[in-house]
Design a protein around this ligand. Structure first.
Ligand code: LMR
Length: 397
């Protein structure tokens, strides 16, 4: 049974962790995976998380199965965070939220649901997009196409190309949109432009599927959810995949959510019942711990406040690293204007490095980045940034 099995290629992002771990050089730096490291190069355990965990351990709570859609208090807190505590949607009976295994799990649930219940077979992702968007939807049986998004000449959004690309898709296509902190480019859509995007989506009957894995890493929790709230106001039915991996530094707990906004209250019960079948036939029900911790922080005012402060600290440190990198690249002799790195939002910089230059960074300097040229700015610190800037300058020459 196993003899015909061939080696799979390394995952374009997670595979870098394997290559990094195998590298024996002392000065190696992992700018591959989207993980926030603190100034000491460690994945932080947030103080708010630690407090919630300590309270939970002290409860010595039993571990029954969770409902298929996960912890109710968590699901409700996710809705408030996404749509705002005063959103009319909260009482309109049009929201379904299911705790998921990270943002990836949410995308997979949505993909399976839309295929089984709405017969969807085609999805459009931005060019470029998170590598795993394509892989998840292909594995779920979809044809994956791309709409224009990034303009390398301006390091900005190709809005006209994007709108035309969305118009050119067959009516009713599932469209993945990054709600904030676009991965990998860090280029976001301005509010006035989101209105135009929503307009085309409405005209074409497309199914918007928003991915928001970095809420809080752009401007703040509220502003980063603005696109989600604009879709909410549009009256459209849509889906949202969200994640607390980054914002709570809880990568390994797999705490995400799929939220579906139905067009009317009548749709909600049947949609939830079918979503539960998707969950049951994938993994039955989600784990408890991460959702309990997140729900406790989101519903306890002191802890919430503490979390917002810690999220702000992470965001500010990334911004400092952006400006510092731009300055150090110039000081290391890079003649091109690299100031676009400062405008990009979230954890990443789409550096413009080619696949060959990225390969040289790994081979010659032990610095790992995604072959698309994406680097994780959140992995830079004052101890490694000089080496990174000098190495980048060397391969850019
Ligand atoms: C990333 O883009 O690096 C993160 O979202 C982690 C992942 O699973 O790829």
């Amino acid at each position: 049974v196993f003899s015909p099995v061939e080696m799979a290629p390394r995952d374009p992002i997670l595979g870098l962790n394997e290559a990094f771990a195998a590298d024996q050089r002392a000065g190696k730096v992992n700018l591959g995976v989207g993980v926030y490291y603190d100034e000491a190069g460690k994945v932080p355990l947030l103080r708010a998380v630690q407090a919630a965990e300590e309270a939970r351990v002290a409860e010595h709570a039993p571990r029954p199965y969770q409902p298929m859609e996960g912890l109710a208090s968590y699901d409700a807190a996710v809705q408030r965070l996404l749509f705002g505590p005063d959103s009319p949607l909260l009482d309109a009976g049009r929201l379904i939220t299911a705790q998921s295994l990270g943002g990836t799990g949410a995308l997979k649930l949505g993909a399976d649901f839309l295929q089984r219940q709405a017969g969807k077979r085609m999805v459009a992702i931005s060019n470029p997009s998170w590598e795993n968007h394509r892989a998840i939807f292909e594995a779920a049986g979809y044809d994956v196409v791309a709409y224009p998004y990034y303009d390398p000449k301006t390091h900005g959004l190709d809005l006209d190309g994007m709108l035309q690309g969305l118009r050119d898709l067959p009516d009713g296509t599932v469209v993945i949109l990054h709600a904030c902190c676009h991965n990998p480019t860090g280029v976001d859509i301005a509010m006035a432009d989101w209105v135009k995007v929503i307009d085309v989506i409405q005209q074409k009957g497309h199914v918007p599927f928003l991915d928001i894995a970095y809420q809080g890493f752009g401007s703040n929790l509220e502003d980063d959810a603005a696109a989600v709230r604009l879709f909410a106001e549009s009256g459209l039915a849509f889906l949202v995949a969200s994640s607390f991996s980054k914002s709570f530094s809880l990568y390994g707990e797999r705490v995400g959510a799929l939220t579906m906004v139905t067009a009317s209250q009548e749709e909600t019960a049947p949609v939830l019942s079918q979503l539960k079948r998707v969950i049951r036939t994938n993994y039955s029900n989600p784990p408890t711990h991460g959702a309990k911790v997140v729900a406790a922080v989101l519903t306890t005012p002191d802890l919430y406040q503490q979390w917002e402060v810690e999220l702000g600290e992470m965001r500010d440190r990334i911004r400092d690293m952006r400006s510092s990198l731009v300055a150090k690249l110039a000081a290391a002799g890079v003649a091109t204007d690299m100031s676009f790195i400062q405008q990009q939002r979230g954890m990443f910089s789409y550096s413009g490095l080619t696949a060959e230059q990225v390969a040289r960074l790994a081979d010659e300097f032990g610095i790992y980045a995604v072959s698309s040229g994406r680097i994780c700015v959140a992995a830079l610190n004052t101890g490694n940034i000089d080496a990174v800037a000098n190495a980048m300058a060397a391969v850019l020459k």
